[in-house]
Design a protein around this ligand. Structure first.
Ligand code: NAP
Length: 651
């Protein structure tokens, strides 16, 4: 119920996304006229906050909205019947100033939950209650994906244990506490579809708020009793005769225990095993040094000389945050990074937005769609290599700087953004404009803070190679040296050594790390032959470089995994694993597809997307809508069961 008076409502409207607000009026009144008149967005931008409309149009829209909301309030907030599907499609098109293709609408509707239904939850038959009770599952990790797995297993009534090496939930959002750490995907979308949050204080939250969100979700779903905190999984071994996994753990006291499970869900993430650079002499440094993901808050960087080695997504956030407090910061960046202009990156969410999410019908859900859509599959367009396109720099025998006309347009837009901030500082422009195609490495978000930090007198960007580290600091190959008090290694993670250092041993003693090496592969990123009843979340080939959100992907994966568990339990199966041919065909198709995308560009030498041999195994090249479709329900014909699958009745 809306209790606020007219003035308070009018004040709240000042903060809102006007297009989103107009759609809420349609829900409030059942009348589509609000989106059939002259008021309409003039374009769509990724991460927009208020919408792209002339100021007078915004004023007119607010005046209309105030009247409508007042009537809605005075009438007791009674909503008319929901809009028809055709009208919803019209609302989508109106909001994004384009036609949302029919194939996307079911996925978007599911994500928005306009019908209030958590459609991604799997429905279980009442007759399988006892069978579920005898099907214990171990989940490894309690980051966003492990937490999600726990929620779905609890809903299903399947006994489970989550084993988490940290003392709290959040995974990467628990571990990365470095100054400036925040998410790059708008939070009103970067959250579980069934657990929207009305009180994000910033559009791109900082780490403490994210961790608090996951902690709240954990508590709301009463999952604490199911988690063994500060306990690491050492190994998981498949026992074929029993059709059981034995999961060996070690807790904080060093005590080792075994858990028996019918299935294992690995939810260990890709970005949590720190990678230190192979720079000689690191151990000789006399002062404190640590990895960005293990920030030592007992070390005071104030008024100190700080070296930040590595400037990808982490370094990019650290440097602008600490620069003003230090004596000086030297940033050692091997490869320049493309950045995407995002003026709202550090913006606070107005109180009016929080109020609207709570009070205006479906405001929050449409705002989620507004964030999701432009970051959905459009990113693949700019990533696709046009084999008939040759960039002029390539013709001149220089580094290729674009792989298609669309990619070149992104290059120009990103370059303009950089140059617009650096004016005539040719030296700095030369250092910060990358010489490889845009989006080939992870594109960073920027609201100007990175480049303004680099322009400070007490910050220096060094692009020359490091020779070694010694007791006092960092020495370049040129012989130039930088004496420092603290070294921060923002040098990323061992993403290609997936699931390490756990020892996972499948059927016939096959060791997963040996099978994979640095070429991890799994059918749909989830299942592997010879590893029955072992399921990955955020597994091989599922990292997203072109858009979406990993939470969206996790929701796809857990639905698929739940479907597999259902097939096993309700079909009285002991074990399932993907057919080798299905797995291999998917792997080869994925590899072929990756080769058509900019991340594979040979012009990019250093990228955590690539393994030591320059091959990509961790990224998904697929449209989100395809992955969503493929994972809605397992195709049981893709699997071998230890009994005839025709008995399952669940195809
Ligand atoms: P990263 O992107 O892998 O960046 C590592 C940095 O260290 C790069 O500048 C890299 O240079 C440099 N480096 C690595 N080894 C080096 C060596 N031997 N010598 C010199 N430089 C070296 O790692 P990250 O910044 O921690 O980010 C990893 C991923 O975590 C991100 O891509 C993102 O997916 C996620 N993340 C997200 C956020 C967010 O959402 N806001 C924030 C942080 C991290 P090269 O570029 O030359 O390899």
């Amino acid at each position: 119920m809306i209790k606020e008076d007219d003035a308070a409502i009018a004040a709240a409207l000042e903060d809102l996304s006007i297009p989103t607000m107009m759609l809420s009026l349609v829900h409030m009144t059942g009348d589509p006229k609000w989106i059939r008149g002259d008021i309409r967005p003039q374009g769509l931008f990724l991460n927009e906050v208020q919408g792209f409309m002339p100021e007078e149009m915004q004023e007119e829209a607010r005046a209309i909205a105030l009247d409508v909301i007042k009537s809605y309030r005075d009438g007791g907030c009674v909503m008319p019947p929901p809009p028809s599907r055709a009208l919803i499609a019209e609302m989508m098109n109106w909001l994004v100033c384009d036609e949302v293709p029919e194939e996307y609408i079911p996925m978007m509707l599911e994500d928005m939950e306009l019908d209030g239904r958590d459609a991604r939850a799997v429905e279980w038959s009442t007759r399988s209650v006892d069978a579920r009770d005898e099907f214990p599952v171990v989940v490894i990790g309690c980051g966003q994906s492990g937490l999600l797995a726990g929620i779905r297993l609890k809903e299903a009534g399947i006994p489970f244990t989550i084993v988490e090496k940290n003392p709290a939930v959040g995974g990467t959002w628990f571990e990365n506490t470095y100054p400036g750490c925040r998410v790059d995907v708008g939070n009103h979308f970067y959250s579980f579809s069934f657990e929207p949050n009305d009180h994000w204080s910033e559009f791109f939250s900082r780490q403490p708020e994210l961790q608090a969100y996951f902690s709240d979700v954990l508590n709301r779903h009463e999952l604490q009793p199911f988690v063994r905190w500060e306990t690491e999984v050492l190994s998981a071994r498949w026992n074929d005769s029993e059709a059981m996994w034995t999961v060996r753990t070690r807790d904080a006291e060093g005590e080792e225990r075994e858990l028996e499970a019918r299935a294992v869900i690995s939810a260990v993430g890709q970005l949590n095993r720190a990678k230190f650079p192979d720079i000689p002499g690191r151990e000789n440094f006399g002062g404190p040094s640590f990895h960005s993901s293990r920030w030592d808050h007992s070390v005071d960087y104030k008024d100190k000389r700080v070296a930040v080695i590595g400037a990808g997504a982490s370094g990019f956030q650290i440097v602008p945050t600490i620069a003003a407090d230090t004596e000086r910061v030297t940033v050692f960046q091997r490869t320049a990074q493309w950045m995407f202009p995002n003026p709202n990156y550090h913006e606070k969410v107005g109180a009016g937005v929080q109020w609207a999410i709570r009070n205006l019908p479906f405001y929050g859900r449409w705002y989620r769609f507004l964030l999701f859509w432009p970051g959905c599959d459009g990113g693949l367009l700019a990533a696709r290599i046009d084999p008939d396109y040759t960039h002029e720099a390539d013709e001149a025998g220089e580094q290729a700087t674009a792989v298609s006309p669309v990619n070149d347009a992104a290059r120009m837009m990103f370059t303009d953004w950089i140059v617009s901030q650096l004016g005539d500082d040719a030296d700095l422009i030369d250092k910060v404009v990358p010489d490889y195609p845009p989006t080939a490495k992870r594109t960073l978000q920027d609201n100007g803070s990175w480049l303004s930090a680099l322009r400070r007198d007490d910050v220096e960007l060094v692009r020359e190679p490091i020779a070694h580290v010694d007791e006092k600091g960092v020495v370049l190959e040129s012989g130039r040296r930088f004496d420092v008090d603290l070294i921060v290694y923002a040098t990323g993670f061992q993403a290609n050594k997936m699931l390490m250092p756990m020892e996972v041993v499948g059927r016939g003693g096959v060791v997963l790390s040996e099978r994979w090496g640095e070429e991890p592969a799994a059918y749909l990123g989830i299942t592997m032959p010879d590893f029955p009843n072992f399921f990955c979340m955020y597994g091989p080939g599922t990292n997203l470089a072109h858009g979406g959100s990993l939470i969206f992907h996790s929701e796809c994966q857990i639905r698929y995994i739940s479907g597999c568990l259902k097939a096993l339990i309700e079909g009285d199966g002991r074990a399932m694993e993907p057919r080798q041919s299905v797995h291999d065909e998917y792997y080869e198709r994925t590899q072929r597809e990756l080769e058509t995308l900019v991340w594979s560009s040979p012009h990019v030498k250093n990228s955590w997307y690539k393994n030591a041999h320059g091959k990509i195994h961790i990224l998904s090249p697929w449209r989100l809508v395809d992955y969503w479709n493929w994972t809605r329900k397992p195709n049981l014909a893709d699997f071998e069961f230890d009994r005839d699958e025709s008995d399952f009745g669940l195809s």
